[in-house]
Ligand binder design. Structure first.
Ligand SMILES: *[C@@H]1O[C@H](CO)[C@@H](O)[C@H](O)[C@H]1NC(C)=O
Ligand SMILES: *[C@@H]1O[C@H](CO)[C@@H](O)[C@H](O)[C@H]1NC(C)=O
Ligand SMILES: *[C@@H]1O[C@H](CO)[C@@H](O)[C@H](O)[C@H]1NC(C)=O
Ligand SMILES: *[C@@H]1O[C@H](CO)[C@@H](O)[C@H](O)[C@H]1NC(C)=O
Ligand SMILES: *[C@@H]1O[C@H](CO)[C@@H](O)[C@H](O)[C@H]1NC(C)=O
Ligand SMILES: *[C@@H]1O[C@H](CO)[C@@H](O)[C@H](O)[C@H]1NC(C)=O
Ligand SMILES: *[C@@H]1O[C@H](CO)[C@@H](O)[C@H](O)[C@H]1NC(C)=O
Length: 645
């Protein structure tokens, strides 16, 4: 789906240095690889070393002139760097490149001056993405002091990323460095990075281990085999593996991606288990225990800060581990704030926002304005009160405001924003925008005019009794939303709080799941089935197995969905101490055993339903609410059964 969203790269006459993204190419689908200044009649060609097909940039820019670097330098460099485009005229020169909407891209621009103009004045200039400054390019070794230089560019490359890799809360990610702990000269080692590009990096006291076996890529980060087959371990096998680096801007927030695979065939009595710490803070819930020849990628989902810009990551073996920690690959990104829907002073033409998310960021005063000073509460969500709002009188919204005191609430807020920025599905309530101004946090959602399912079942919506067909449709839609969380997202996600108050209905009674504050995602790759967590959820809907073991799995949502379905069928409270059996599932079992099936169905339906359809739903509900998680179906099976006519 291509659409005319544009990336504008504007080059200014200003000052400073190069950011280089290195991408390992495999499948070139969606790659945009421009050899700037390449004459059209030589385009395209395949660069032999990388096998990347480069094209001329002619059709992407209206201005600039073609330049060639001298023949003696040409032979030493890859072909794409032998031509360039330079911009002697105009304040701003723009590339106009179509990208896929909603897709994340890695962008790499390369600049090789090579004294192409014989003036021996290396350029300094700024580079913009849309209206926002990306970075300053400075190819000068010495400060020139002289003022204007001519901007130029050698290559411009865009790489679409797997939709589930490299996610940032907001803004864009700027590569700080990518480190493969390999001895191969084709790949970069941390100690080889030029200081001026990536700032100082130390990898102290590590040594290598390697394997000749293939390591399987089980996620979408796809580091190359050469990287996966080699890992670093500390020289002192009892000590930590420590990596220290400093940030270009001390205030930068960073995301870490760590790639691990066991590459030694361990003896039965050996274990390799370790914790990963950043600046003393543990990044993982459970100790890490890499799988044999299978890559796992651990990421930080919340950006981290480093102490005055000095970051220190340590892998420390646990007490029970007999082997030192290991690390196969490591990437550090900082968050590049590219404010959206904003244009700079110099920007004459509005460009559309293109990065990551088209959700709006609102100021707190806008939040107050849209809710008319928090006038109309709609209800209470996981971590705050939800208010009715209006976006400039046109679009109705629901605004969830985080109560200012709650630390737990803030965690849930973050979890919800992160989830909602990652997912998009017609049966999940969607995010219109958010506010995170100082102490004020708010989430702005699409407005669901028919409130929640619980209100309708309990009769709070006067005069409306949902008929069986509508109820079944709501159940199917909620199931589709959950199925998407479970299998449509990587890493998979557990909602953890499926219940009738979290099923919202729009004006046509289409159901959408809300309230993702407790949701959790599983780490990428490997065994995705279980993680240990602090038990959370709502009484009555809570999976008894999860409650006993603290082991969360997708099957916990299935249990809650079963309870929800029972509620839809019976309109009984999920826990009711006045009932012979307080727990709804036990009550249904008890009534069925007595053979009195018609007693189960909501009397408000007054018998207006197709019995076979209701019994089928009941069967599905009971299998979902099976106390043993192993006996529960998965969401796809549930949907198939519910959809049978
Ligand atoms: C890298 O290390 C492996 C094993 O230690 C060795 O077999 C290989 O030759 C090395 N490669 C290079 C390029 O040094
Ligand atoms: C490497 O480790 C040794 C002992 O384990 C220590 O004495 C030395 O200072 C370390 N070197 C660096 C660069 O950290
Ligand atoms: C590794 O994978 C490549 C490509 O799939 C295959 O050609 C090669 O034989 C494999 N090597 C080993 C040691 O399994
Ligand atoms: C594990 O067993 C091997 C022999 O099979 C022995 O050499 C080694 O020391 C043992 N390691 C530990 C940590 O006990
Ligand atoms: C805006 O776009 C028009 C037409 O595309 C172009 O002529 C004009 O120079 C642009 N203005 C700026 C400031 O880039
Ligand atoms: C309403 O529209 C004005 C002007 O278009 C804009 O400045 C303001 O931010 C909008 N307010 C909200 C709450 O969207
Ligand atoms: C759901 O369960 C069925 C039957 O066990 C299985 O074939 C299917 O692959 C499962 N789907 C998922 C997404 O796990």
């Amino acid at each position: 789906m291509k659409s005319p969203h544009r990336i504008l790269l504007a080059m200014f006459w200003l000052a400073a240095f190069a950011i280089i993204h290195l991408v390992e190419a495999q499948n070139q689908e969606g790659f945009i690889s421009l050899d700037c200044g390449l004459p059209l009649n030589e385009s395209p060609y395949v660069e032999p070393e990388t096998e990347i097909q480069f094209s001329s940039d002619e059709n992407f820019i209206q201005s600039g002139k073609m330049g060639k670097i001298p023949a003696n330098l040409k032979s030493e460099n890859l072909k794409p760097y032998s031509t360039l485009r330079y911009f002697p005229d105009g304040i701003r020169n723009c590339y106009d490149i179509r990208v896929e909407v909603g897709r994340n891209y890695l962008i790499r621009a390369m600049f090789f001056y090579g004294n192409f103009d014989g003036l021996n004045v290396s350029p300094e200039f700024d580079m913009y993405i849309g209206p926002n400054k990306w970075t300053t390019i400075d190819l000068q070794k010495e400060p020139s002091g002289s003022g204007a230089t001519t901007p130029m560019i050698s290559t411009l490359e865009l790489r679409p990323l797997a939709s589930d890799s490299y996610l940032a809360m907001s803004g864009s990610l700027k590569l700080n460095f990518r480190m493969y702990l390999s001895n191969s000269t084709a790949l970069l080692r941390c100690d080889r990075y030029p200081k001026d590009v990536y700032d100082r990096t130390w990898c102290d006291n590590w040594t290598q281990i390697s394997t000749t076996s293939n390591v399987s890529n089980t996620n979408h980060y796809d580091p190359p085999q050469a990287v996966l087959r080699v890992a670093a371990i500390p020289k002192n096998v009892d000590g930590p593996l420590t990596i220290t680096w400093s940030l270009e801007n001390p205030d930068d927030q960073i995301y870490l991606y760590r790639h691990f695979a066991e590459i030694q065939d361990l003896e039965a009595n050996d274990t390799r288990e370790f914790d990963c710490l950043l600046n003393g803070e543990t990044l993982n819930i459970n100790a890490l225990n890499p799988k044999y020849l299978e890559i796992e990628t651990m990421l930080t989902t919340i950006p981290k800060e480093c102490n005055r810009g000095i970051c220190r990551m340590q892998l420390i073996k646990t007490q029970s581990s007999t082997l030192p920690p290991l690390l196969n690959g490591f990437e550090v990104y900082s968050v590049l704030q590219l404010p959206q829907l904003q244009t700079s002073e110099t920007e004459g033409n509005k460009s559309e926002p293109w990065i990551k998310t088209r959700r709006r960021r609102f100021t707190y005063s806008e939040v107050l304005e849209m809710t008319n000073n928090l006038q109309q509460p709609l209800g209470e969500g996981g971590f705050g009160i939800v208010y009715h709002g209006n976006l400039n009188g046109s679009e109705q919204v629901a605004v969830k405001l985080l109560s200012q005191t709650s630390a737990q609430g803030y965690k849930e807020f973050k979890a919800e924003v992160e989830l909602l920025l990652r997912v998009h599905h017609i049966n999940l309530v969607s995010l219109v925008g958010y506010c995170d101004e100082k102490d004020h946090f708010a989430l702005i959602y699409e407005y669901m005019s028919n409130g929640d399912l619980h209100q309708h079942l309990s009769g709070k919506h006067v005069g409306s009794v949902l008929d069986w067909g509508t109820r079944l449709q709501i159940a199917i839609e909620a199931a589709l939303g959950l199925e998407y969380l479970h299998i449509g997202c990587k890493p998979a996600m557990v909602h953890r709080d499926v219940k009738s108050t979290n099923i919202l209905l729009d004006e046509e009674f289409k159901a959408k799941i809300a309230d993702f504050g407790l949701s959790r995602s599983f780490q990428v790759g490997g065994d995705q089935s279980r993680v240990s967590t602090v038990v959370a959820g709502t009484l009555g809907y809570l999976d008894p197995e999860y409650y006993l073991t603290s082991e969360l799995s997708l099957k916990s949502d299935i249990y809650s969905f079963g309870i929800l379905l029972l509620e839809i069928i019976t309109n009984q409270r999920v826990i009711d101490q006045t009932r012979k059996k307080p727990n709804i599932a036990e009550w249904v079992t008890y009534v069925i055993k007595k053979g009195d099936i018609s007693q189960i169905v909501d009397p408000k339906l007054q018998g207006n339903y197709e019995p076979r359809s209701v019994w089928r739903a009941l069967e599905v509900a009971m299998s979902c609410a099976n106390p043993s998680s192993a006996k529960r179906p998965n969401m796809s099976q549930v949907i198939i059964k519910l959809k049978v006519k």
